[in-house]
Design a protein around this ligand. Structure first.
Ligand code: MG
Length: 254
């Protein structure tokens, strides 16, 4: 029979089952156990400045070295058509989105972008692009500096789902950063969702998405349901007809 003393444990178990992205203390190890394996060593990177991109951590996969788009292709697999110059690359309107050649799932992703300067257009028609985790889940890239649009479509929004907690945008022309922690969805053998995707995002160092649970892939005026996917798919950058700049993109597999 259930007594009141077990209720907190049951609540905790249900909570743990619902939020599988939350780490649990491993009961295998005693507290401060000196036999417990220590974490691998990583050489940290360096911070970027407006003048120059920083260095990625030693275990990161660089997706752009400032010189070429060899890690990227067009959606149809043909060579990337976006323009590379002066250590950055630029969306070439109407060429379509870029996809990474490699696939990524759970990851830490660092992206730097700069909005067109002088700014052109308003609302969603101003410096629009996007970072698509697994090619499906968009973190909006937009010029939201002193420019209004709907909340769940401004810079740093999980488009159509979660407005950013803050508007941490820098002025057009300045380099900005997204640091993203992504845990992709999981499906059972029958294709049923067993874990929704989760996202955390820092925009220019400011927390703007705090472990939000995604409703499914990104849509426009719709929130499509999840459909079963592999655990890893290519990352994508959106062509929304605006010449947004990107540089210093790296990813760490989790
Ligand atoms: Mg967009």
């Amino acid at each position: 029979m259930l007594t009141i003393k077990y209720l907190p444990h049951i609540t905790l178990l249900l909570f743990a089952a619902a939020t599988v992205c939350t780490a649990q203390v491993d009961p295998k190890w005693e507290i401060h156990d000196r036999n417990r394996p220590v974490p691998p060593v990583v050489t940290p990177g360096t911070a970027s400045t407006q003048e120059a991109p920083g260095k990625a951590p030693s275990d990161a996969v660089s997706l752009f070295d400032g010189k070429d788009l060899s890690k990227w292709v067009q959606k149809d697999g043909s060579p990337a058509k976006w323009k590379v110059e002066n250590g950055y690359f630029e969306v070439v309107p109407k060429t379509g989105e870029l996809h990474t050649k490699d696939s990524f799932g759970d990851c830490q992703l660092h992206v730097e972008f700069a909005e067109p300067n002088p700014p052109k257009g308003e609302d969603q028609d101003r410096g629009n692009s996007g970072v698509f985790l697994m090619g499906l889940y968009e973190i909006q890239v937009l010029d939201s500096y002193e420019s209004k649009t709907y909340a769940d479509g401004q810079a740093g929004a999980v488009y159509g789902q979660y407005p950013p907690l803050m508007n941490a945008s820098r002025p057009p022309g300045q380099w900005q950063t997204y640091d993203i922690v992504f845990h992709g969805p999981r499906f059972d053998a029958a294709g049923k969702l067993t874990r929704p995707a989760h996202l955390t995002v820092l925009h220019n160092g400011v927390l703007i998405q705090d472990n939000v649970e995604l409703t499914g892939p990104t849509g426009h005026h719709v929130r499509p349901a999840y459909t079963s996917t592999p655990e890893k798919l290519p990352l994508a950058l959106q062509d929304h007809n605006h010449p947004v700049h990107y540089r210093n993109i790296w990813v760490r597999n989790l």
